[in-house]
Write a protein that binds this ligand. Structure first.
Ligand code: PEP
Length: 257
């Protein structure tokens, strides 16, 4: 597995029916041939197969938003990593704050799910982030560090695991973390990851998520600590998602020049 240097990922959450595959087609058509950023879209599980077939594995990777920690069994309504892989998922998100808060998922469960994704041979995006109360109490860095330690399985490496720092208070609210705040948390996470890996942490991909939009993406990507974005609302329409992808591709070009 080799992950792109910068990833722009779209989390469609519980939005999207077959008619919306046209947005993915438009994204695919709108990505310039020169774009070196990885573009990943996580639609509802019901259209993963159709989305993956559209892309033929090219240009836009299709992924799943969650999975069960077990491979199979009596878990009515759940979907496992191997089942999602079979349906066409080429990556899986785990630990999104809407799963942690809405479904009571603990970091221990997130870790088990991440393990299941890696066992299925897919890259995993592990999400973490502090609440507004935790930030206001000065606990953002310690909460994120703890979540990282508790959510990442031992087998995670920079080649198979992406971290998404998503402050809970910035998700779907229009509230933005400043580039300085994002940089500070990413640096803390990278230092922790470096301890696991012993190579300075630079090989790990750390995405930012939380009300990323065409208006603020370029500023966020200016931070050398940011290896991409996990985008919710602004990923639903091709035009806004393409604008964020363009900002990411430009940032990547500048870093390489
Ligand atoms: C998300 O769903 O992970 C997210 C960051 O959403 P939004 O961009 O809408 O805040």
């Amino acid at each position: 597995m080799s992950l792109p240097e910068l990833i722009v990922a779209g989390n469609w959450k519980m939005n999207g029916v077959r008619a919306d595959l046209a947005e993915i087609e438009a994204v695919r058509a709108g990505i310039p041939a020169s774009c070196k950023a990885g573009v990943w879209i996580f639609p509802p599980a019901t259209i993963i197969g159709a989305a993956a077939a559209l892309n033929g594995g090219m240009h836009v990777l299709t992924g799943a938003q969650d999975c069960h920690a077990k491979d199979s069994g009596a878990f009515t309504g759940d979907l496992s990593a191997p089942i999602l892989k079979d349906a066409g998922a080429a990556a899986i998100i785990v630990g999104h704050s809407e799963r942690r808060s809405g479904h009571g998922e603990t970091s221990r469960e997130v870790k088990a799910k991440a393990s299941a994704v890696l066992k299925a041979g897919l890259p995993v995006i592990v999400c973490l982030g502090e609440t507004r109360g935790e930030r206001e109490s000065g606990l953002a860095a310690s909460v994120c560090t703890r979540q990282l330690a508790d959510s990442l399985p031992a087998e995670s490496t920079p080649e198979n695991t992406v971290i998404a720092y998503e402050p809970v208070w910035a998700i779907g609210t229009g509230l933005q973390a400043t580039t300085e705040d994002i940089t500070a948390i990413h640096a803390v996470l990278r230092a922790e990851l470096a301890k696991r890996e012993g190579t300075g942490g630079q090989r790990w991909r750390i995405l930012y998520g939380g009300s990323v939009s065409p208006a603020n993406a370029a500023g966020i990507f200016e931070s050398g600590e940011v290896d991409g974005a996990l985008v919710g609302g602004a990923s639903l329409k091709a035009a806004s998602f393409l604008a964020i992808i363009a900002a990411g591709a430009q940032a990547l070009e500048r870093r390489k020049s």
